[in-house]
Design a binder for this molecule. Structure first.
Ligand code: B12
Length: 301
């Protein structure tokens, strides 16, 4: 069940955006901000609407910490300001429920799966990884951060549903020995939004088995994420026999991930490569023009 969206009082949104309460009320009444009403006719603003407003209206001084319950006073030096600051701090403090609802409100605020992946989750996890590397974070906190984002993303994927029944099919996986969950889930969300049917085969999948799945399901597209490769020569050998079998069904392979540097890539054959989910989305759009599924925000869900 997707986490309930927090609703905020007009005072809190006004304080966080640095405008007057009457301005917020006027914006609600003019329809510029979507809001609900209490029985007593008080206006309540969905968290995602406040985030959308902060982003679209470009409130540089917006106190997102105040919006996301991280702070209860006007912004001070060093306070979490940007969405990346806020989510990183919620994860560092182990605030799992707040972090999940922040993630989903950020998604509902209209950034789409690509914005969620490339502008929020990747930079946040980079900071978490750095924290682990320099010892300001313990490994359990990195694990907890990954688990929190994983469960939040799984809810969004479930909510977006299995993709359009007549949509083209894509298979996704990470390779053998690679335990990284987030890139695969984000790839799935990106393609579902574009109306693809997606079978995310998960982590740590031997390429031999991905080839079997390809011959069985005959996908149009295979997205492969590699964040960790134990032995590059072995990987290249397995990848070559995998690619021979997928070529037989005419599937296009797009690869990406931190472990696929230029020299390793130069030893592989693939139809596309990307460093960001924006590249996967662009490839999928050009490859099979979509009848796009509604994003959760559009469908008012
Ligand atoms: C979480 C994490 C883990 C977790 C993973 C948990 C899980 N279930 O997912 C665990 C604990 C398992 C782990 C283990 C290790 N980790 Co680690 N890990 C991370 C961390 C913090 C986040 C990775 C992540 O999920 N990021 C979020 C995703 C969405 O971002 P992304 O991977 O960058 O993906 C983006 C793009 O690359 C692209 N993309 C990715 N895939 C694809 C695919 C396609 C088709 C396309 C188009 C685009 C694309 O789009 C994404 C969105 O922009 C990173 C830090 C970092 N800088 O990323 C370290 C990091 C990757 N880990 C690192 C290391 C060293 C390890 C270990 C070797 C540690 C050890 N000694 O055991 C092991 C190796 C793995 C293993 N076999 O166990 C180093 C890697 C350094 C290096 N370059 O070699 C990093 C950078 C940490 C650091 N700062 O040093 N890790």
């Amino acid at each position: 069940m997707i986490s309930a969206e927090p609703y905020l009082k007009t005072q809190r949104v006004a304080q966080a955006l640095g405008v007057s309460v009457s301005t917020i009320k006027r914006w609600v009444d003019s329809g510029m901000i979507q809001a609900a009403r209490t029985v007593g006719k008080h206006r309540l603003i969905p968290f995602s609407e406040a985030l959308r407003l902060a982003r679209e209206q470009g409130f540089p001084e917006a106190n997102l910490a105040l919006l996301s319950g991280l702070a209860s006073r006007p912004r001070e030096q060093g306070d979490a300001g940007s969405p990346v600051d806020c989510l990183e701090r919620l994860l560092r403090e182990g605030k799992r429920t707040e972090a999940r609802s922040f993630l989903q409100a950020y998604y509902r605020s209209g950034v789409g799966a690509v914005g969620l992946a490339d502008d929020l989750i990747r930079p946040v996890m980079e900071r978490i990884g750095h924290g682990w590397m320099v010892g300001s974070l313990d490994i359990y906190q990195e694990h907890e951060a990954t688990e929190t984002l994983t469960s939040g993303l799984r809810e969004l994927v479930t909510r977006l549903g299995p993709g359009r029944p007549e949509g083209p099919l894509a298979l996704g996986a990470t390779t053998e020995g690679d335990p990284y969950v987030l890139p695969g889930l984000l790839g799935e969300l990106v393609l579902l939004e574009l109306g693809w049917r997606v079978r995310n085969l998960g982590i740590n999948l031997p390429l031999r088995s991905l080839a079997v799945a390809t011959l069985k399901h005959r996908p149009r597209l295979i997205f492969l994420s590699a964040s960790y490769i134990r032995n590059e020569d072995e990987f290249v050998k397995e990848y070559r026999s995998f690619h021979e079998s997928v070529a037989a069904v005419g599937a296009a392979v797009i690869v990406g991930g931190q472990a696929l540097g230029p020299s390793l890539r130069s030893r592989l054959l693939f139809a596309g490569h990307g460093d960001r989910m924006a590249h996967l989305a662009e490839f999928a759009r050009r490859f099979s023009p979509p009848a796009e599924s509604p994003m959760l925000g559009d469908a008012g869900l």
